[in-house]
Design a protein around this ligand. Structure first.
Ligand SMILES: [Zn+2]
Length: 241
């Protein structure tokens, strides 16, 4: 009888204690997670603070670049869309950005390099779409880098991020003998975001989600490069070559 009278109260007390302990633990875990998330986001939004990056949308105006009318793919338009997306995601992590063109206009290759040099940009990123009619199976985004160790490092880091968003991509960053890469003074890369001559790549290139993923992959490669160059004590403002 005595046991029956006391037991329910003890049980409720124990249950209530466990309940309170659970609620407090859950609140503590949520607080820690929120703190980590907010702090991480703050670090990330400042990731490229102090960097000035020139983003170059290839072709424009009468110069269409690669195109595949059946799917409405016109390189100059794709390049501009990706360049603007890249400008936005770089801006989101506090980088200052200059675009070599803002609309569908023709800009000479030497003028593109001159703009980046005159602005003292610390990095140059040109956006293009590849084509290789001789072998339509060629696919995957690929980075070409200017003739300097820092450009090569940047190219390798951006290529790794592009492979991370497309595991089928087997391409490697390679040296590229392009005028915009020769004429710019800062670390410089040219990113071919895929092949207009490959069916799979065309579907990717025409998908706004893929373009956004490409922009974020390039941004993440640049963030990694900025951390590497800081650790290697490479001054941001020095001309690369
Ligand atoms: Zn092109």
């Amino acid at each position: 009888m005595g046991v029956c009278a006391i037991f329910p109260e003890d049980l409720f007390f124990t249950v209530r204690l466990h309940y309170l302990a659970f609620v407090f633990s859950a609140l503590a875990v949520i607080t820690v997670l929120l703190y980590v998330r907010v702090t991480g986001a703050q670090i990330r939004t400042k990731a490229l603070s102090g960097w000035l990056i020139a983003v170059d949308a290839g072709h424009g105006g009468h110069d269409k670049g690669a195109w595949f009318p059946q799917q409405g793919l016109v390189e100059k338009d794709v390049n501009l869309a990706v360049a603007k997306e890249l400008g936005q995601v770089l801006h989101d992590v506090s980088a200052a950005v200059i675009l070599t063109r803002h609309g569908d206009t023709f800009v000479d290759l030497s003028e593109r390099a001159r703009m980046a040099n005159a602005a003292d940009a610390q990095l140059f990123v040109s956006i293009h779409v590849n084509r290789f009619p001789a072998d339509p199976s060629c696919c995957g985004a690929q980075v070409f880098y200017a003739d300097s160790p820092a450009s090569k490092q940047l190219g390798i880091m951006v290529q790794a991020q592009l492979i991370a968003i497309d595991p089928q991509n087997r391409r490697k960053a390679l040296p590229g003998d392009y005028k915009v890469l020769r004429d710019t003074r800062m670390p410089a890369i040219l990113v071919e975001i895929g092949f207009a001559t490959n069916a799979r790549d065309r579907t990717l290139i025409m998908n706004p989600r893929y373009r956004q993923d490409v922009a974020k992959a390039i941004r993440d490669g640049i963030i990694e490069f900025s951390q590497w160059s800081t650790a290697a004590r490479i001054p941001k403002n020095a001309a690369d070559r």
